[in-house]
Design a protein around this ligand. Structure first.
Ligand code: RIB
Ligand code: CA
Length: 310
Protein backbone atom coordinates (compact mmCIF):
# COMPACT_ATOMS: atom_id res chain seq x y z
CA UNK A 1 0.00 0.00 0.00
CA UNK A 2 1.15 3.57 -0.67
CA UNK A 3 3.19 4.41 2.41
CA UNK A 4 6.19 6.37 1.12
CA UNK A 5 5.29 10.10 0.72
CA UNK A 6 6.97 11.58 -2.34
CA UNK A 7 7.24 15.04 -3.92
CA UNK A 8 8.61 15.32 -7.47
CA UNK A 9 10.30 18.45 -8.84
CA UNK A 10 10.66 18.08 -12.61
CA UNK A 11 11.20 19.86 -15.94
CA UNK A 12 8.66 17.79 -17.83
CA UNK A 13 10.30 16.52 -20.81
CA UNK A 14 9.82 13.00 -22.05
CA UNK A 15 11.77 11.05 -19.44
CA UNK A 16 10.24 13.16 -16.67
CA UNK A 17 6.85 12.20 -18.09
CA UNK A 18 7.70 8.49 -17.87
CA UNK A 19 8.98 9.02 -14.31
CA UNK A 20 5.67 10.66 -13.34
CA UNK A 21 3.77 7.66 -14.69
CA UNK A 22 6.08 5.32 -12.80
CA UNK A 23 5.61 7.24 -9.53
CA UNK A 24 1.84 7.10 -9.98
CA UNK A 25 1.82 3.37 -10.73
CA UNK A 26 4.24 2.06 -8.07
CA UNK A 27 2.15 0.78 -5.15
CA UNK A 28 4.73 1.80 -2.54
CA UNK A 29 4.78 5.50 -3.43
CA UNK A 30 2.27 8.16 -2.36
CA UNK A 31 2.77 11.09 -4.75
CA UNK A 32 1.83 14.14 -2.64
CA UNK A 33 2.68 16.91 -5.07
CA UNK A 34 4.60 17.99 -8.16
CA UNK A 35 6.55 21.17 -8.80
CA UNK A 36 7.98 22.24 -12.12
CA UNK A 37 11.15 24.06 -13.08
CA UNK A 38 12.61 25.33 -16.36
CA UNK A 39 15.20 23.10 -18.01
CA UNK A 40 14.22 20.77 -20.85
CA UNK A 41 11.62 23.35 -21.78
CA UNK A 42 10.22 26.62 -20.49
CA UNK A 43 8.60 26.74 -17.07
CA UNK A 44 5.15 27.32 -18.57
CA UNK A 45 5.53 24.44 -20.98
CA UNK A 46 6.76 22.13 -18.21
CA UNK A 47 3.68 23.16 -16.18
CA UNK A 48 1.32 22.41 -19.04
CA UNK A 49 3.10 19.16 -19.94
CA UNK A 50 2.79 17.94 -16.35
CA UNK A 51 -0.93 18.61 -16.43
CA UNK A 52 -1.10 16.83 -19.77
CA UNK A 53 0.39 13.75 -18.06
CA UNK A 54 -2.19 14.16 -15.28
CA UNK A 55 -4.82 14.07 -18.02
CA UNK A 56 -3.29 10.99 -19.65
CA UNK A 57 -3.32 9.17 -16.30
CA UNK A 58 -6.73 10.46 -15.27
CA UNK A 59 -5.21 11.98 -12.13
CA UNK A 60 -5.24 15.45 -10.59
CA UNK A 61 -1.95 15.64 -8.73
CA UNK A 62 -1.39 19.26 -7.66
CA UNK A 63 1.22 21.03 -9.82
CA UNK A 64 3.08 24.17 -8.72
CA UNK A 65 5.23 26.51 -10.78
CA UNK A 66 8.78 27.30 -9.67
CA UNK A 67 11.66 29.06 -11.35
CA UNK A 68 11.43 30.34 -14.91
CA UNK A 69 15.21 30.75 -15.16
CA UNK A 70 18.32 29.33 -13.45
CA UNK A 71 19.79 31.26 -10.49
CA UNK A 72 22.54 32.92 -12.54
CA UNK A 73 22.91 31.34 -16.00
CA UNK A 74 20.62 31.95 -18.94
CA UNK A 75 18.27 29.07 -19.80
CA UNK A 76 19.41 26.95 -22.76
CA UNK A 77 16.73 24.52 -23.93
CA UNK A 78 17.73 21.36 -25.83
CA UNK A 79 14.97 20.14 -28.16
CA UNK A 80 16.73 17.14 -29.70
CA UNK A 81 15.81 14.65 -26.94
CA UNK A 82 12.47 16.14 -25.93
CA UNK A 83 11.05 17.60 -29.14
CA UNK A 84 9.79 21.14 -29.63
CA UNK A 85 6.95 20.79 -27.12
CA UNK A 86 8.89 18.81 -24.52
CA UNK A 87 6.71 15.70 -25.02
CA UNK A 88 8.38 14.36 -28.14
CA UNK A 89 6.02 16.50 -30.27
CA UNK A 90 3.10 14.32 -29.21
CA UNK A 91 0.00 16.48 -28.74
CA UNK A 92 -1.87 15.71 -25.51
CA UNK A 93 -4.93 17.72 -24.44
CA UNK A 94 -4.75 19.94 -21.37
CA UNK A 95 -7.27 18.53 -18.86
CA UNK A 96 -10.15 20.93 -18.18
CA UNK A 97 -9.76 20.37 -14.42
CA UNK A 98 -6.13 21.56 -14.42
CA UNK A 99 -5.84 23.80 -11.35
CA UNK A 100 -3.67 26.89 -11.75
CA UNK A 101 -2.22 27.12 -8.23
CA UNK A 102 -0.91 30.57 -7.33
CA UNK A 103 1.29 29.08 -4.57
CA UNK A 104 4.91 28.84 -5.67
CA UNK A 105 6.76 25.53 -5.81
CA UNK A 106 9.03 26.24 -2.82
CA UNK A 107 6.16 27.34 -0.59
CA UNK A 108 4.03 24.32 -1.45
CA UNK A 109 6.99 21.97 -0.99
CA UNK A 110 7.77 23.41 2.47
CA UNK A 111 4.13 23.07 3.52
CA UNK A 112 4.09 19.44 2.40
CA UNK A 113 7.39 18.64 4.15
CA UNK A 114 6.08 20.31 7.31
CA UNK A 115 3.03 18.02 7.26
CA UNK A 116 5.26 14.93 6.87
CA UNK A 117 8.15 15.77 9.25
CA UNK A 118 11.14 13.50 8.57
CA UNK A 119 9.19 11.37 6.07
CA UNK A 120 8.84 13.24 2.77
CA UNK A 121 11.08 11.87 -0.01
CA UNK A 122 11.91 14.74 -2.35
CA UNK A 123 12.76 13.68 -5.91
CA UNK A 124 14.38 16.08 -8.38
CA UNK A 125 14.53 15.19 -12.07
CA UNK A 126 15.47 18.58 -13.49
CA UNK A 127 17.81 21.45 -12.64
CA UNK A 128 17.92 22.10 -8.88
CA UNK A 129 16.81 25.75 -9.04
CA UNK A 130 13.55 25.21 -7.13
CA UNK A 131 15.25 23.08 -4.48
CA UNK A 132 18.00 25.64 -3.87
CA UNK A 133 15.41 28.42 -3.70
CA UNK A 134 13.33 26.41 -1.22
CA UNK A 135 16.36 25.66 0.98
CA UNK A 136 17.31 29.36 0.98
CA UNK A 137 13.82 30.59 1.86
CA UNK A 138 13.24 27.81 4.42
CA UNK A 139 16.57 26.89 6.13
CA UNK A 140 14.74 24.24 8.17
CA UNK A 141 13.63 22.37 5.03
CA UNK A 142 16.73 20.15 4.53
CA UNK A 143 16.26 18.87 8.08
CA UNK A 144 12.52 18.30 7.59
CA UNK A 145 12.97 16.03 4.56
CA UNK A 146 13.69 12.30 4.78
CA UNK A 147 15.97 12.61 1.74
CA UNK A 148 16.54 14.10 -1.69
CA UNK A 149 16.88 11.49 -4.45
CA UNK A 150 17.87 13.19 -7.68
CA UNK A 151 18.77 12.58 -11.29
CA UNK A 152 21.84 14.62 -12.10
CA UNK A 153 25.58 14.75 -12.46
CA UNK A 154 27.99 11.89 -13.02
CA UNK A 155 31.19 10.55 -11.54
CA UNK A 156 32.35 10.08 -15.11
CA UNK A 157 31.72 11.97 -18.33
CA UNK A 158 28.92 14.44 -19.02
CA UNK A 159 26.25 14.57 -21.71
CA UNK A 160 25.61 18.26 -22.39
CA UNK A 161 29.38 18.91 -22.27
CA UNK A 162 32.21 16.38 -21.98
CA UNK A 163 32.37 17.24 -18.26
CA UNK A 164 28.82 18.06 -17.14
CA UNK A 165 25.37 16.46 -17.08
CA UNK A 166 22.44 18.61 -18.30
CA UNK A 167 20.59 19.21 -14.99
CA UNK A 168 23.68 20.32 -13.10
CA UNK A 169 25.06 22.24 -16.09
CA UNK A 170 21.82 24.20 -16.46
CA UNK A 171 22.09 25.54 -12.90
CA UNK A 172 25.46 24.77 -11.29
CA UNK A 173 24.97 27.35 -8.53
CA UNK A 174 21.75 25.63 -7.45
CA UNK A 175 23.36 22.21 -7.54
CA UNK A 176 26.32 23.44 -5.48
CA UNK A 177 23.98 24.93 -2.84
CA UNK A 178 21.96 21.71 -2.60
CA UNK A 179 25.05 19.51 -2.18
CA UNK A 180 26.24 21.84 0.62
CA UNK A 181 22.84 21.89 2.36
CA UNK A 182 23.23 18.76 4.49
CA UNK A 183 20.09 17.10 3.12
CA UNK A 184 20.68 13.31 2.72
CA UNK A 185 21.25 12.88 -1.03
CA UNK A 186 20.99 9.87 -3.32
CA UNK A 187 22.56 10.84 -6.63
CA UNK A 188 21.41 9.00 -9.76
CA UNK A 189 24.02 10.27 -12.19
CA UNK A 190 24.68 9.24 -15.76
CA UNK A 191 26.87 6.44 -14.36
CA UNK A 192 23.70 4.51 -13.49
CA UNK A 193 21.01 6.13 -15.66
CA UNK A 194 22.77 5.21 -18.92
CA UNK A 195 22.20 1.57 -17.92
CA UNK A 196 18.43 2.07 -17.57
CA UNK A 197 17.38 2.18 -21.20
CA UNK A 198 14.29 1.10 -23.12
CA UNK A 199 15.07 -0.61 -26.44
CA UNK A 200 12.99 -0.22 -29.63
CA UNK A 201 11.59 -3.71 -28.89
CA UNK A 202 10.54 -2.55 -25.41
CA UNK A 203 8.84 0.47 -26.97
CA UNK A 204 7.02 -1.70 -29.50
CA UNK A 205 5.84 -3.95 -26.65
CA UNK A 206 4.45 -0.96 -24.78
CA UNK A 207 2.68 0.41 -27.86
CA UNK A 208 1.26 -2.95 -28.94
CA UNK A 209 -0.55 -3.13 -25.59
CA UNK A 210 -2.95 -0.53 -26.99
CA UNK A 211 -3.10 1.27 -23.62
CA UNK A 212 -2.99 5.09 -23.74
CA UNK A 213 0.12 5.17 -21.54
CA UNK A 214 1.86 2.46 -23.56
CA UNK A 215 1.09 4.06 -26.91
CA UNK A 216 2.09 7.52 -25.59
CA UNK A 217 5.39 6.25 -24.17
CA UNK A 218 6.56 4.87 -27.51
CA UNK A 219 5.38 7.94 -29.39
CA UNK A 220 6.88 10.56 -27.08
CA UNK A 221 10.27 8.80 -26.99
CA UNK A 222 10.79 8.73 -30.78
CA UNK A 223 12.88 11.96 -30.98
CA UNK A 224 14.90 10.75 -27.98
CA UNK A 225 15.44 7.37 -29.68
CA UNK A 226 16.69 9.06 -32.83
CA UNK A 227 19.07 11.34 -30.91
CA UNK A 228 20.28 8.37 -28.82
CA UNK A 229 21.21 6.51 -32.02
CA UNK A 230 23.56 9.40 -32.88
CA UNK A 231 25.55 8.44 -29.79
CA UNK A 232 25.47 4.72 -30.61
CA UNK A 233 23.20 4.02 -27.66
CA UNK A 234 21.03 0.92 -28.09
CA UNK A 235 17.97 2.50 -26.51
CA UNK A 236 16.45 5.53 -24.76
CA UNK A 237 17.78 6.15 -21.27
CA UNK A 238 15.07 6.54 -18.64
CA UNK A 239 17.25 8.89 -16.60
CA UNK A 240 14.44 10.34 -14.49
CA UNK A 241 12.83 7.00 -13.64
CA UNK A 242 15.97 5.98 -11.71
CA UNK A 243 15.36 8.10 -8.58
CA UNK A 244 11.70 7.05 -8.57
CA UNK A 245 12.55 3.36 -8.93
CA UNK A 246 15.20 3.65 -6.21
CA UNK A 247 12.63 4.79 -3.66
CA UNK A 248 10.43 1.72 -4.22
CA UNK A 249 13.13 -0.83 -5.16
CA UNK A 250 16.52 0.16 -3.67
CA UNK A 251 17.56 -3.48 -3.97
CA UNK A 252 17.97 -3.03 -7.74
CA UNK A 253 20.82 -0.57 -7.26
CA UNK A 254 24.39 -0.48 -6.00
CA UNK A 255 26.34 2.63 -5.06
CA UNK A 256 28.93 4.15 -2.77
CA UNK A 257 28.98 7.01 -0.27
CA UNK A 258 31.10 9.83 -1.69
CA UNK A 259 32.09 13.44 -1.32
CA UNK A 260 30.56 15.45 -4.19
CA UNK A 261 31.34 19.07 -5.08
CA UNK A 262 29.85 20.98 -8.02
CA UNK A 263 32.12 23.15 -10.19
CA UNK A 264 30.52 26.59 -10.63
CA UNK A 265 33.39 28.71 -11.98
CA UNK A 266 35.06 26.51 -14.57
CA UNK A 267 34.60 27.11 -18.25
CA UNK A 268 35.35 23.66 -19.66
CA UNK A 269 34.18 22.00 -16.40
CA UNK A 270 31.23 24.24 -15.53
CA UNK A 271 28.52 22.19 -13.80
CA UNK A 272 30.75 19.14 -13.33
CA UNK A 273 29.97 16.99 -10.28
CA UNK A 274 33.43 16.24 -8.88
CA UNK A 275 33.38 13.09 -6.70
CA UNK A 276 36.16 11.45 -4.66
CA UNK A 277 34.98 7.95 -5.63
CA UNK A 278 38.07 7.07 -7.65
CA UNK A 279 40.80 9.22 -6.09
CA UNK A 280 43.13 8.73 -3.17
CA UNK A 281 42.53 12.37 -2.35
CA UNK A 282 39.25 12.38 -0.43
CA UNK A 283 36.95 15.26 0.43
CA UNK A 284 36.57 15.71 4.22
CA UNK A 285 32.90 14.74 4.02
CA UNK A 286 30.54 12.19 2.43
CA UNK A 287 27.46 14.10 1.27
CA UNK A 288 25.83 11.68 -1.18
CA UNK A 289 25.16 8.05 -1.96
CA UNK A 290 26.24 7.87 -5.61
CA UNK A 291 24.47 5.07 -7.48
CA UNK A 292 26.68 3.24 -9.96
CA UNK A 293 24.92 0.03 -11.03
CA UNK A 294 21.35 -1.15 -11.63
CA UNK A 295 19.86 -4.53 -12.47
CA UNK A 296 18.58 -3.37 -15.85
CA UNK A 297 16.42 -6.37 -16.63
CA UNK A 298 14.45 -6.08 -13.39
CA UNK A 299 14.32 -2.26 -13.69
CA UNK A 300 12.85 -2.39 -17.21
CA UNK A 301 10.46 -5.21 -16.31
CA UNK A 302 9.00 -3.19 -13.41
CA UNK A 303 8.93 0.00 -15.51
CA UNK A 304 7.01 -1.64 -18.36
CA UNK A 305 4.61 -3.39 -15.99
CA UNK A 306 3.98 -0.07 -14.24
CA UNK A 307 3.27 1.84 -17.46
CA UNK A 308 0.95 -0.90 -18.68
CA UNK A 309 -0.97 -0.80 -15.41
CA UNK A 310 -2.12 2.81 -16.00
O1 RIB B 1 20.81 14.55 -18.31
C1 RIB B 1 19.52 13.97 -18.25
C2 RIB B 1 18.57 14.89 -17.57
O2 RIB B 1 18.42 16.07 -18.35
C3 RIB B 1 17.14 14.31 -17.47
O3 RIB B 1 16.54 14.80 -16.30
C4 RIB B 1 16.44 14.86 -18.67
O4 RIB B 1 15.03 15.02 -18.46
C5 RIB B 1 17.08 16.21 -18.79
O5 RIB B 1 16.39 17.08 -17.91
CA1 CA C 1 14.36 15.92 -16.42
Amino acid sequence: MKHIPVWIDCDTGVDDAVALMLAHALPQLDLCGISVVCGNTTLENAFRNTHRINGLMGTDYPVYRGAEKPLLKELRISNAFHGENGLGNVELPLPENAVDHAEKAWDALFACASSHPGELRLVATGPLTNIATAFTKYPALPGLLHSLTLMGGSAGAGNITPAAEFNFYTDPQAAAMVFRSGVPIVMCGLDVTLQAFLTPVDLDELASSGTRAGVFTKACLQPALESSKLYNLTGVCMHDSCPIMYLAHPELFEGEEAGVVIETRGTVTNGKSVTDLYSDKQFPFKNALVLLRVDRDRFISILKKSILSI
